[in-house]
Design a binder for this molecule. Structure first.
Ligand SMILES: [Zn+2]
Length: 141
């Protein structure tokens, strides 16, 4: 009898465990619904708010004389060039763009035309390391 009772307990535990697993992620009785909805809603790498404007040639530059001919690091729009933010492009100042594989940048400088983007970097060596790449570019809305 004891053995049978044990087997019944195991079956019961397995059944409950299975039921919990099956309902997991569908309905949560504990915690707020907003907090639970977040993890599944986040992975959307390319929202429709981005407008694809083409494949651009990306050049890296730094504020040195070799790259710019001037060395004060002040962009054509008047702000100080900042790595991770500043790019030069044939787009209006303040345009927020997304460069595939590189990230979000803001157009703050001039000096290029057509499908080219100059990517500002603090270090001349890193600018050289980056070299020239092609990447898809989107405008952030
Ligand atoms: Zn340089």
């Amino acid at each position: 009898m004891k053995a049978l009772f044990y087997v019944l307990c195991v079956i019961l535990v397995l059944a409950i465990g299975h039921a919990m697993t099956a309902s997991d992620g569908v309905v949560k009785h504990d915690g707020g619904p907003a907090a639970m909805a977040l993890p599944s809603a986040t992975p959307s790498p390319m929202p429709s708010a981005r407008e694809y404007i083409g494949t651009y040639t990306i050049y890296a530059y730094c504020p040195c004389r070799k790259c710019c001919g001037k060395s004060n690091g002040i962009t054509a729009s008047g702000v100080t060039a900042t790595e991770g933010r500043t790019v030069a492009a044939d787009l209006p100042f303040g345009t927020r763009i997304y460069i595939d594989g590189i990230g979000e940048r803001i157009v703050e400088d001039r000096g290029v035309s057509g499908k080219k983007i100059d990517l500002f970097m603090d270090s001349h060596n890193r600018a050289l390391e980056f070299g020239v790449r092609k990447a898809k570019v989107y405008i952030e809305r």
